[in-house]
Design a protein around this ligand. Structure first.
Ligand code: ATP
Ligand code: MG
Length: 431
């Protein structure tokens, strides 16, 4: 084949798309019930939106951004994450107000020019939320619990919730001095990327996000922001944890304070969190989020605190597929089982194929209106060939269109077959 999907991208169909749909359905239900409103922003923005929001030095800006000039010579970029565009959108459309919880969710593709590998695509999907309006430890616990709830309801239970605080401007500034002092003799041992981060005071915390073993090793015994928080910030993270315990999100097995947890972007302040699993090897984060109280004021005169998270949909879907493989005997049964609500209509007179379908069209539509999937061949085919197709499509029932009054109805799972009056088909399917 001459053309292939671009490196790092993939086509999503079959079992895979079913898992995506399943995850999105559960997430949307939870969002709806918690009063979140959907927001869809364009997948590209003025590049400046990302630079200003995420920081020039963030890897996803400096190395991984899909940026380009359009025919009008505008400098644009495909979105590498959701928050920047949403902050731009809520300010532009005047959707937020200090003191009122405004909750938004989004689902869609993100783009990063990263090295493709398991769990890392160049086009990938995120399900995320952003809440604007208030800052309090109750809200933070609720947002975190929402992420946990989605993960649990899609049937992932083997995960750990990791929390940390990046402190306020004051305690962070003090801590940075302590850290700089600690690493000053080991600067040369860090990777190039970390060396660059160390040079810029506001990026120095990001060295904790480095995935290179040697850097991680040097930082093992380094002083941590968590141990250098001011009284306020210390109380705040403790309250968040206490609240999470009160709403039954935390048990000792699935929770830890991760003092090395920082985020790779400029905008985070205070509470940050991640949900990780052991199921995925190196790419173990399935959800990441935190507070960004100073971001809105970067773009507007108002200062509105905010918190959000993003779930990596590709990675959670991968876990679901793995789990299904593990229960493979069960899974085979499930995929072999014909689905009860799928019906295939078979025409019995090849010459009158279309007429037979048309004559029964209102019945077919009524079944569809009542949640039955109804299928038939568009081309006239022999009865035998239609049965083969029905088998291949794993339908629960076939309906032979016999004469004006009756259907011959066959249950594909049991092989049972019976003639019924046409109108009785609705009783049979409990409509
Ligand atoms: P990581 O360090 O785990 O690669 P990140 O910290 O860069 O991810 P975030 O920007 O916090 O990722 O995005 C939130 C979630 O989106 C991640 O936890 C992950 O599940 C998912 N994600 C991020 N990048 C990719 C990618 N290239 N391919 C697939 N999923 C991704
Ligand atoms: Mg990360």
């Amino acid at each position: 084949m001459k053309y292939k999907a671009v490196r790092g991208t993939r086509d999503i169909f079959g079992d895979l798309i079913e898992k995506f749909k399943f995850v999105e359905k559960i997430a949307k239900k939870i969002f709806d019930m918690n009063g979140f409103l959907e927001i869809r922003t364009p997948i590209f923005e003025n590049k400046e939106v990302f630079i200003r929001t995420l920081g020039n030095e963030a890897d996803i800006v400096s190395k991984e951004m899909y940026d380009f000039f359009d025919k009008g010579n505008r400098s644009l970029a495909l979105r590498p994450e959701g928050t920047a565009s949403i902050v731009r959108a809520v300010i532009e459309n005047n959707l937020i107000q200090n003191g009122i919880d405004k909750k938004f969710y989004y689902i869609g593709p993100m783009f990063r020019y990263d090295r493709p590998q398991a769990g890392r695509y160049r086009q990938f999907y995120q399900i995320g939320v952003e809440i604007f309006g208030n800052k309090n430890s109750f809200l933070d616990a609720e947002v975190i619990s929402l992420a946990v709830k989605i993960i649990e309801q899609i049937n992932i239970h083997d995960f750990v919730l990791e929390i940390n605080s990046l402190g306020c401007d004051e305690c962070r500034e003090n801590y940075i001095k302590v850290l700089q002092n600690y690493i000053k003799n080991q600067n040369s041992e860090f990777c190039e990327n970390c060396k660059n981060k160390i040079k810029i005071q506001k990026n120095i915390l990001r060295i904790f996000d480095c995935k290179i073993e040697n850097c991680k090793k040097i930082l093992q015994n380094a002083p941590k922001i968590t141990d250098n928080l001011c009284e306020n910030c210390k109380n705040y993270i403790n309250e968040v944890i206490e609240n999470l315990t009160k709403i039954n999100i935390i048990n000792s097995n699935n929770f830890k304070i991760n003092k090395n947890l920082v985020r790779g972007l400029d905008y985070y302040t205070g509470i940050v969190f991640e949900i990780t699993t052991n199921a995925l090897g190196a790419q173990n984060a399935i959800c990441a989020g935190g507070r960004y109280d100073n971001l809105v004021s970067e773009f507007s005169k108002n200062s509105v605190p905010a918190i959000g998270f993003a779930i990596g949909e590709d990675r959670v879907v991968e876990i679901l597929l793995q789990n299904e493989k593990k229960e493979s005997s069960l899974a085979t049964k499930r995929t072999n089982a014909s689905s009860f609500n799928k019906i295939f209509f078979i025409t019995t007179n090849k010459e009158k194929h279309r007429e037979q379908i048309f004559e029964n069209y209102s019945i077919i539509q009524k079944l569809r209106d009542n949640d039955y999937i109804v299928l038939y061949n568009s081309e006239p085919k022999s009865i035998k060939s239609q049965i083969r197709t029905a088998d291949y499509l794993k339908v629960g029932f076939v309906v032979f269109i016999e004469d004006d009054e009756t259907f011959n109805l066959k249950n594909m799972a049991t092989g049972e077959q019976k003639k019924i009056e046409k109108e009785k088909i609705f009783d049979f399917f409990k409509i």
